[in-house]
Design a protein around this ligand. Structure first.
Ligand code: HEM
Length: 448
């Protein structure tokens, strides 16, 4: 069975481009080989990359027993732990996912909205006025704080500061793209990148297990944080999650939820600041909401144009270029007879630029999302099917809270005219130089 055309063994130059410039690299492959092509990345099954919505729908409709995601994400195992939801497959994945889903339901989000807004106010208070600073860095701090408070249930204090500092260091080391290659994952002493990572990770593991044990001892009554809900979660047999299971899920939620959301926020600022018409329309929508009363989480969550701005940003700048599923048996997908052992990979980036689905695809046009609804195989920055991101509602909600709070309190401008381009930080693609901005005026906190 022949695979579609495309580089099955990447040359060192192509590997470099995949790691550092995946968007133009993928665009080049589609231009050369058409809408379905093969890509061979060392340490992974061959990827048959899909860009056509109908083919992608077939993948997302497939069963978790036939299509495994864990083997494609295997490079993440040393970072997340073998029991991570992202790495489990088949019945084990389904079981863990069922235990983890309830705290992520849309209606739960309101419990977190006030914390998200308060954390954003604290960050804004510390911004310099009239001086350039990278907005990506401060978005990272906000999204880390949000996770520590809403997911881990840590309020301000020593534990929060200690684990926060440790995790920032750890994520900084871990976001060096070559560390994703299994052959780089060798401990050659404390000064080697992997050695340094391992030592920090051991310390973070101990701190996380300590948080889990203390919460178990203190009890979870009356608490709304996600860790407390995971501690209380029981399956049909009445069994809960063990210590190691919980640790792996906490690390997963942190890694999957922190950098992704921070990067998407930074990109949203980049688009909004480049387009005065979009900024003006957002301002008008916020003013209209404030005319009805205080800017509460409930009111912010209903802002349609803001929602369109976020969705359009995630369309043009998905944090992950593609998602993969390895075939456990021979299957017919995308009109191809594919053998077991290869992976199909819906490309978020390329599908989001299909001109038949998104006319004038390079244009930033938030109103697309007010004009029509897109299918789950057309717009999928959060992946799809049984593996779709469990943090989707959480991330969209958080982005709205943070953006509305910032836009209501400060006037910002881009610090330079230089084009901002995507650069890779491990699995996500972030704005170059962290998207430098300048605050031109700041207003006091709004009271709600
Ligand atoms: C803008 C922010 C985010 C983006 C773009 C994003 C994107 C993704 C993508 C593309 C996947 C893979 C889906 C697939 O294979 O089909 C994923 C999985 C996942 N995400 Fe997110 N994510 C974001 C935020 C979050 C947040 C805030 C959390 C939790 C706090 C989270 C937790 C997870 C988990 C646990 C998985 C694994 C799901 C599974 O394998 O069943 N993500 N995310």
């Amino acid at each position: 069975m022949a695979l579609p055309p495309g580089p099955q063994a990447l040359s060192p130059m192509d590997l470099w481009r995949w790691l550092w410039q995946p968007f133009p690299f993928l665009e080049g492959l589609r231009a050369r080989h058409g809408e379905t092509f093969t890509l061979g990345i060392p340490g992974m099954p061959p990827l048959v990359v899909l860009t056509n919505a109908e083919h992608i729908r077939e993948v997302f409709a497939g069963s978790g027993d036939d299509l495994h995601a864990g083997s494609v994400a295997v490079a993440l195992r040393p970072f997340l732990g073998a029991r991570s939801l992202l790495l489990l497959d088949g019945p084990e994945h389904l079981h863990m996912r069922r235990l983890m889903l309830p705290p992520f339901h849309g209606e739960r989000m309101q419990a977190y909205g006030r914390d998200m807004i308060a954390i954003t106010h604290e960050a804004i208070d510390a911004w310099p006025v009239g001086e350039a600073f990278p907005i990506h860095r401060t978005m990272q701090r906000i999204t880390l704080d949000v996770i520590l408070r809403t997911v881990f249930g840590l309020d301000d204090g020593d534990a929060h500061a200690r684990i926060g500092g440790l995790l920032e260091q750890l994520l900084d080391v871990a976001t060096w793209p070559p560390l994703l290659m299994p052959f780089m994952q060798h401990d050659l002493g404390r000064w080697s990148p992997w050695g340094r990572y391992q030592r920090l990770a051991d310390e973070a593991n101990r701190a996380l297990l300590d948080i889990v044990q203390r919460r178990r001892a203190q009890g979870t009554a009356g608490r709304v944080d996600i860790l407390s809900m995971l501690l209380d979660a029981r399956d049909e047999q009445g069994d809960g999650l063990g210590e190691e299971d919980l640790r792996d899920q906490l690390v997963t939620l942190l890694v999957a939820g922190h950098e992704t959301t921070a990067t998407s926020l930074a990109w949203t600022f980049q688009f909004v600041l480049a387009r005065p018409d979009v900024r003006a329309r957002l301002g008008a929508e916020l003013d209209a909401a404030r005319a009805q009363g205080a800017l509460t989480p409930e009111r912010i969550a209903k802002l349609d144009y803001l929602d369109g701005v976020i969705r359009e940003t995630l369309r043009l700048r998905p944090v992950i270029p593609l998602v993969g599923r390895e075939l456990m048996r021979p299957m017919r997908i995308a009109n191809l007879d594919l053998p077991a052992g290869v992976a199909v990979a819906p490309s978020i980036y390329l599908a989001h630029r299909n001109p038949e689905v998104f006319p004038d695809p390079d244009r930033f046009d938030p109103e697309r999302f007010l004009r029509r609804r897109y299918a789950a195989s057309e717009w999928f920055p959060f992946g799809g099917g049984i593996r779709r991101c469990i943090g989707m509602a959480f991330a969209l909600y958080e982005m709205k809270m943070v953006l509305a709070t910032v836009l209501a309190r400060v006037d910002l401008r881009a610090a330079s005219q230089k084009p901002v381009v995507p650069v890779r930080r491990a699995i996500t693609l972030s704005p170059s130089e962290g998207m430098p901005v300048v605050v031109t005026s700041r207003w006091p906190r709004f009271v709600d």
